[in-house]
Design a protein around this ligand. Structure first.
Ligand SMILES: Nc1nc2c(ncn2[C@@H]2O[C@H](COP(=O)(O)OP(=O)(O)OP(=O)(O)O)[C@@H](O)[C@H]2O)c(=O)[nH]1
Length: 403
């Protein structure tokens, strides 16, 4: 938070950000608006400056001074309109700030040059200088430092021209100097306040944006964590199959749906035969590898609508919706065969991999999944007892053993 604060601190005298990078970013962001405002102000100021040729004529008539003044006004207006065009196209407020400052110096020179050509109308010109100074500070979008130098040049130049060409007394000179000092101070303070407020507003906006950005990152992180937690809860870490709890949830939903739709439903309980021997002979790493291969075989042999889960240890469960006794028997036999044909790791060739599958078929009286599991487990027990490597189906109290 403290770094953010210092990053957006505004200098009390220049009205700019203390940190160069922040100031550059600010100018880059406002460059389009600043460019447009510069162009518009320059065109308007040029028009006003040119229109004063009418009052020149009223005061001077068609004299040499009048022609000189008109020529000077044409030069100033042309230069400023040309600059407005250049600023419109290439006036990068970020890098070419001098391009935005140049018109101010041209206008100031034009205003100063009026004094020797029209020394009699000094009172009107003083008003024009005061208005021009305020316009420099407030209307033409520029940096405080740039405007201050241009405005000081106008004030000092005008005062010097008034002393040299309008022959004013020391008292009037002092009054004029004080008036110009006051005008500059007021303009400076007003623009300083404006620049300060604009930058503070910008700083607040940036802080808010960065907080929003952090918040979005945090939300994404949390979502990621949630997904990971869900994954841990729903998936078995070794095989990637459904975890026991998630299998139960999904299988219950499938069973309920089958009941509602009055469709058959089967449940397999698969147990790897003599798995302890595998672990004892080739070690747990090989045992784990065998379990993943059996999981893969299950996924490959079954339909995407069937739900497979690891029930624990070397036991797997499969919920098969829309599957009656005949199909269940066929699928289980196919799965048993697939497991028996699984290519094994080097050195395990003498091993005969097999599974025993207990099948339970849902019937209308059955209340829940647990009793179906109990029946599948009973079938499995029968299969193990009768020599393993077989499929046993529990049908209303009696078991049908397969080979
Ligand atoms: N490698 C490995 N072994 C496991 C895992 N979970 C359980 N086991 C082992 O699986 C073996 C299961 O042994 P038993 O319950 O005796 O069953 P079995 O040897 O397959 O015998 P039958 O089921 O009667 O054919 C035990 O040795 C467990 O330690 C596992 O995630 N990885």
């Amino acid at each position: 938070m403290s770094t953010l604060k210092s990053r957006y601190d505004v200098h009390w005298l220049t009205g700019q950000f203390c940190e160069y990078r922040t100031e550059s970013m600010y100018r880059r962001i406002i460059k389009t608006r600043a460019r447009f405002e510069s162009c518009l102000s320059l065109i308007l100021a040029s028009l006003v400056f040119g229109m004063f040729a009418i009052t020149d004529y009223q005061l001077l008539g068609f004299t040499k001074e009048y022609y000189l003044l008109v020529a000077m006004r044409i030069v100033v207006v042309s230069l400023c309109i040309l600059l407005a065009f250049i600023i419109g196209r290439w006036g990068n407020y970020f890098r070419r700030i001098w391009l935005h400052a140049l018109p101010l110096w041209i206008f100031a020179t034009g205003i100063i040059l009026i004094v020797p050509l029209r020394p009699d109308s000094l009172a009107t010109q003083v008003t024009a200088v005061v208005v021009a100074t305020m316009a420099f500070f407030l209307l033409i979008p520029n940096l405080l430092t740039v405007v201050t130098f241009a405005s000081l040049y106008l004030s000092i130049g005008f005062l010097a021209a008034a002393v040299l060409f309008a022959d004013i007394s020391p008292v009037v000179t002092l009054r004029l100097a004080l008036l110009l000092v006051m005008t500059n101070i007021v303009g400076f303070c007003a623009l300083l306040r404006l620049e300060n407020l604009q930058r503070k507003q910008f700083g607040l906006l940036q802080k808010e944006r960065s907080q929003n950005h952090h918040l979005l990152k945090e939300i994404a992180l949390r979502k990621d964590l949630e997904a990971q937690l869900r994954m841990v809860a729903e998936r078995d870490a070794l095989t990637g199959l459904n975890s026991r709890s998630h299998f139960m949830k999904r299988a219950k939903a499938l069973l309920q749906r089958s009941r509602l739709e009055k469709k058959p439903f089967s449940l397999f309980m698969i147990d790897v035969d003599h798995f302890k021997n595998i672990n004892d002979t080739w070690g747990h790493t090989h045992g784990d590898w065998v379990l993943t291969k059996i999981a893969e075989a299950c996924m490959q042999s079954l339909r995407p609508t069937d739900v497979i889960g690891r029930f624990g240890g070397e036991e797997f469960m499969v919920a098969l919706p829309d599957t009656g006794p005949d199909n269940a028997q066929i699928v289980a036999e196919r799965l048993k065969k697939k497991v028996a044909e699984l290519p094994l790791k080097e050195g395990m060739s003498e091993m005969r991999l097999s599974v025993t599958i207990g099948i339970a078929l849902a019937n209308s009286e059955e209340a829940d999944l647990d009793s179906l599991i109990t029946r599948a487990d009973q079938s499995l027990y029968v299969g193990k007892r009768d020599g393993r490597n077989r499929v046993v189906m529990c049908r209303e109290g009696r078991e049908d053993g397969g080979s």
